[in-house]
Write a protein that binds this ligand. Structure first.
Ligand SMILES: [Zn+2]
Length: 272
């Protein structure tokens, strides 16, 4: 079975605006022969998993790129998984979840959980205790036989926001995901020769990020993809106010002449 990748959310921190009213916040599901890896965990992701025919209770690996709310609605997802086991079908897999995220976020998340569950003294439940794995420079975690998740720190949020890009290596091929990032070496390394690179393109054509916030213009997407030698590129997190054909032209000017398209919610890609 080839690797399946589902686009659950190709939008950003807002939605409902023209011309892309139907794009939801970030989330991608990788199905590697039944090993389910969720890349970013935005609000309502469980509903979109269900719509795509997946039981969210069975998702045992959640990789969060950074803590901005459009990428990291973790308390909601963890509570839903836990209650799925309490009130729904009791399957042991429902009680298992490993969350991968930048190390600073692992430490900070305990405060978030205390805020949500003070009655538990910040603990989880006996039937559901998620495991947190700190990801940073050079992290490589074997999450299943022949499936390795690697992380690469990237530049985002004025360089003050802990953020990583992910690279999932499987026997079928490599999937890379930028999260939110400016042009930087970590992003290039994450996408090195990737079969599929899901790459953010948040800034509009010609935007000069003089404040160094940390996103990519289309031309920078082209530069990153060329340097990385990525095979197939799907754009995500784009605002959509530039004409799609102009964006693709800019990516060419950045140096990338390969297979690149705007991702849409509900799309499915295979890597074989
Ligand atoms: Zn962000």
């Amino acid at each position: 079975m080839p690797l399946r990748v589902l686009a659950l959310g190709t939008g950003n921190c807002s939605n409902g605006y023209a011309p892309h009213t139907d794009r939801k916040p970030p989330g991608f599901l990788v199905d590697a022969d039944g090993v389910l890896v969720l890349l970013d965990c935005s609000e309502g992701i469980r509903y979109r998993l269900q719509e795509a025919g997946y039981e969210y209770g069975l998702v045992q690996h959640v990789a969060v790129t950074h803590g901005h709310p459009d990428h990291a609605c973790l308390p909601q997802f963890l509570q839903a998984k836990s209650c799925r086991r309490l009130w729904g079908k009791d399957q042991p897999e429902f009680g298992v979840c490993t969350v991968y995220m930048p190390s600073k976020l692992v430490k900070g998340f305990q405060t978030v959980w205390d805020w949500h569950q003070p009655e538990n003294d910040g603990k989880y439940w006996p039937e559901f205790t998620p495991r947190f794995v700190a990801m940073g420079q050079g992290s490589a975690v074997g999450i299943a036989p022949d499936v390795t998740l690697k992380s690469f720190p990237v530049y985002h949020g004025f360089g003050r926001h802990p953020a990583v890009a992910y690279r999932l290596e499987t026997p079928h091929g490599v999937v890379a995901y930028s999260g939110d990032s400016a042009i930087c070496d970590g992003l290039v390394e994450a996408a090195r020769n990737a079969d599929l690179f899901i790459c953010e393109q948040s800034f509009r054509i010609g935007y000069k990020d003089t404040a160094r916030y940390g996103h990519l213009t289309p031309r920078e997407v082209g530069e990153v993809c060329k340097r990385a030698g990525a095979e197939k590129v799907r754009l995500t997190h784009y605002v959509g106010l530039d004409k799609a054909s102009d964006v693709l032209e800019e990516i060419k000017k950045g140096g990338f002449n390969g297979d690149v398209k705007h991702a849409k919610d509900g799309e499915e890609w295979t890597v074989a």
